[in-house]
Design a protein around this ligand. Structure first.
Ligand SMILES: Nc1ncnc2c1ncn2[C@@H]1O[C@H](COP(=O)(O)OP(=O)(O)O)[C@@H](O)[C@H]1O
Ligand SMILES: [Mg+2]
Length: 222
């Protein structure tokens, strides 16, 4: 049964989501609130879009939030409100691999925030971001629509190390061949090729008995 949430809890959840470095529209924030509900309380939360907008606009007035760099309809944390953290060389979290929870925008914005915080160059951020989006798209497309685990860190040699783990959806291979995705048992592998170009190292392990896919990638930062 979906849960009702109080205004105070809603405001607290939105404060925390912004502090994690996410950027998105009112719709994205609504998606992430219901995601929080599933991850924290195993229940979808009922979210009132108008209320979310009111709180986000209030954050803007107070100087806690600003509009997005590229899209005025987006909200992100104001730079002087970003919490200073001494231990922000790694980040790990879960999203749900279903479009209604805006997982791609979630990972894209949270990862970009992490990289900017750690003074990663714009060129590296661009490469990492494009490659990570390909990986998350695969996790959503070929995953079972449940939890996708993401973690990354920057080590002492300034190498970014990324893990993405998802459960694999059961699918009908003959059906996929008919759709033209496979020629017998090979795919176009466009996404994998893009990732191989942008990362210095890439492994995609399909763990058969667990029906899981584990992507591991590294990039040496300039
Ligand atoms: N996260 C994943 N989970 C399960 N299978 C995956 C995952 N990522 C990639 N694959 C498999 O590897 C193939 C190649 O991926 P990719 O190069 O992105 O091509 P595409 O997504 O266009 O099929 C996919 O077709 C899929 O079978
Ligand atoms: Mg792909």
């Amino acid at each position: 049964m979906p849960l009702e949430i109080t205004d105070i809890l809603l405001e607290k959840l939105l404060t925390d989501i912004l502090a994690d470095g996410l950027t998105g529209t009112v719709k994205d924030y609504c998606a992430w609130i219901s995601l929080e509900g599933i991850l924290k309380y195993s229940e979808e939360l009922i979210v009132d879009e108008a209320k979310v907008k009111l709180i986000l606009d209030g954050f803007k007035e107070k100087g806690y939030a600003v509009e997005g760099k590229f899209d005025k309809a987006e909200y992100c944390i104001a730079s002087n409100a970003i919490p200073r953290r001494t231990d922000f060389l790694s980040d790990s979290y879960s999203v749900y691999g279903e479009a209604k929870f805006s997982p791609i925008q979630y990972v894209r914005s949270r990862q970009e925030h992490f990289l900017e915080y750690n003074y990663v160059s714009e060129d590296d951020i661009m490469d990492i971001s494009i490659a990570t989006i390909e990986a998350i798209e695969n996790a959503v497309k070929y995953g079972d629509g449940n939890v996708v685990h993401i973690d990354y860190l920057i080590d002492s040699s300034r190498t970014l190390k990324l893990n993405i783990i998802n459960n694999i959806k059961e699918f009908d291979l003959t059906n996929e061949i008919e759709r033209g995705k496979y020629s017998s048992n090979t795919t176009l592998m466009r996404g994998i090729m893009v990732m191989q170009k942008l990362f210095n190292h890439l492994e995609l392990q399909i763990i058969d008995d667990k029906k899981q896919a584990h992507l591991y990638a590294e990039k040496k930062l300039t």
